[in-house]
Design a protein around this ligand. Structure first.
Ligand SMILES: [Zn+2]
Length: 264
């Protein structure tokens, strides 16, 4: 069951549910309903707000009667909240790859990247540097909080630029670039295909420091980066794409993956 005090994001195949208090209404006529709600249910693909929940009562945000497929999806979502399902099936990615005309197996072989299973449940880990809610899997969220505190104690400020991102978010990047005239091949040279980003795992964080541009190579010259190099491993974090990495992915000094640790 969903307990309001727990700040969690629950993923279903179509929909997700997030604490209503963390998100702003996008339409004036929804503000009151959202303010009274415990939970907000969104369409994962478009990001649009579908319904709210107060106690266990679901109210759709649009007046028109909810189609049966939405009602079924809400039922599926609530069932997923009991923790019995850990990851969403990778088969959910097929429609996205079909839209891009992408052969996922061939892509995986060429890139050396594997499809990344998406967790059903994510934990609120504060806000990122853009004031958006930051979502991570539970253990990564705890490790991130401990690491920030330790950095702060050493006089170093680290902040999250981005944490968990869904394959639909990644798909949005592709759709926008295609509209601007890029080919899927061009985009794949810079962005992982939807379903293949470490950010889908809820274990990856792009880390920055105040006053520096987000996700730029110059991050490597900051005290924050030297601190991470010396200390991140103690908290279970590892840089995924160092210079000259085996994946041939460009150097990303800001991108760190929580791989767990028995040292801390
Ligand atoms: Zn990243």
């Amino acid at each position: 069951m969903l307990i309001p005090a727990e700040y969690r994001l629950i993923n279903g195949s179509w929909l997700d549910v997030v604490p209503a208090c963390l998100y702003r209404a996008r339409a004036n006529n929804h503000a009151r309903q959202l303010a009274r709600a415990d939970w907000l249910i969104r369409n994962r693909s478009s990001g649009s707000y579908i319904a709210t929940m107060q106690a266990s009562r679901v109210r759709f945000l649009n007046r028109s009667p909810a189609p049966q497929q939405w009602l079924d999806a809400v039922g599926e979502l609530l069932a997923a909240a009991d923790g019995s399902i850990i990851y969403l099936p990778l088969s959910d990615l097929a429609p996205l790859h079909a839209e891009l005309d992408l052969d996922a197996d061939a892509y995986s072989q060429q890139s050396g990247l594997s499809a990344v299973p998406e967790p059903v449940q994510l934990e609120y880990a504060g806000r990122d540097c853009f004031r958006r809610p930051l979502w991570l899997v539970y253990d990564a969220a705890k490790a991130w909080a401990r690491m920030r505190t330790a950095a702060e104690a050493d006089g170093v400020r680290i902040q999250a630029i981005s944490g968990y991102r869904s394959p639909y978010y990644q798909m949005g990047i592709f759709r926008r670039k295609i509209i601007r005239g890029m080919t899927v091949g061009d985009i794949l040279a810079v962005n992982a295909a939807p379903g293949f980003s470490e950010h889908h795992s809820g274990r990856a964080i792009d880390i920055g420091t105040p006053g520096e541009p987000a996700a730029q190579e110059c991050f490597e010259n900051t005290p924050a980066f030297s601190w991470l190099n010396r200390n991140a491993a103690r908290f279970g974090f590892r840089m995924s794409y160092p210079r000259g990495n085996a994946h041939g992915i460009s150097y990303e000094p800001w991108h760190w993956l929580w791989i767990g640790s028995n040292q801390s």
